[in-house]
Design a protein around this ligand. Structure first.
Ligand code: BTN
Length: 246
């Protein structure tokens, strides 16, 4: 499953991103993966908690050591979202399942969130020494009766079939390896953009400028979202999240 890849496994841990960070600071190479069956302090974006019952997900954090400028960091977000989307794309053939990405990096199955990506950079002075690419992928989480019902899903509930988590992990790591070695490749942007469910939709963007409603017109290859607000003004949203409203 992991072959010669260096890894660290914990049955239970605070956050795999923290484990991978410690290993990165100790010199672990690119491709190193920290994984766990359960996190008790799993982090989502914007300081949210990422929770999953033990053994129901892939909870991984991969060390990347890309040579990219600060402005290109969102390309690492693309690596995570595209790698997950491509791993799940096998489910699309011969079924009514569609895999999409909600800007910037939520992966959706049939309009419900199935995975989240949390890249965290490690800075040593002015130098970025590594990026920890954290991914939580719901494999058999049952969201029925939880506050996330109707917003989140897992592979097995969407596809109605049993999934081998070891094979899924191997496939996902292979796609992360592939794209993390091609961070500047225009193909990465094209793969990300082509799956963005956000484009052309009426949305509310929650970003550094507060809440802004309008149409998602386009994205640029740094991952910035171009929004035409309802008053006609054009805005560039570099970071944040969106809700789809039309
Ligand atoms: C999001 O908010 O959508 C991002 C969620 C990222 C969760 C994963 S689970 C593995 C890794 N370790 C963490 O603490 N968070 C990420």
């Amino acid at each position: 499953m992991l072959g010669a890849r260096p890894f660290h496994f914990d049955p239970q841990v605070g956050s795999t991103n923290d484990v991978a960070r410690e290993w990165a600071l100790a010199g672990a190479p690119a491709g190193f993966v920290a994984l766990a069956e359960e996190q008790i302090a799993g982090r989502g974006r914007f300081g949210r908690f990422w929770s999953a019952p033990p053994g129901t997900s892939l909870l991984i954090s991969v060390i990347l050591r890309p040579r990219v400028s600060h402005a290109r960091l969102p390309r690492l977000t693309m690596v995570g979202a595209v790698a997950v989307a491509e791993t799940l794309s096998d489910l699309e053939s011969g079924s009514d399942i569609s895999v999409s990405i909600k800007w910037p990096n939520d992966v959706w199955l049939n309009g419900l969130k199935v995975a989240g990506v949390l890249p965290e950079a490690i800075w040593q002075g002015q130098t970025m020494s590594a990026v920890i690419l954290g991914i939580g992928l719901n494999v058999r989480v049952d969201f029925k009766g939880t506050p996330l019902e109707g917003r989140a899903t897992s592979i097995e509930s969407a596809a109605g079939l049993a999934v081998d988590r070891a094979q899924l992990l191997a496939h996902l790591l292979q796609r992360i390896d592939y794209w993390s070695m091609r961070v500047e490749d225009p193909g990465l942007f094209e793969a990300w953009r082509s799956r963005l469910i956000t484009l052309g939709r009426h949305i509310t963007a929650h970003g550094e400028k507060g809440d802004l409603a309008g149409q998602a017109v386009d994205v640029d290859d740094d991952g910035t979202l171009i929004l035409r607000a309802d008053d006609g003004t054009i805005h560039r949203i570099v970071a944040g999240e969106v809700t789809l409203s039309g």
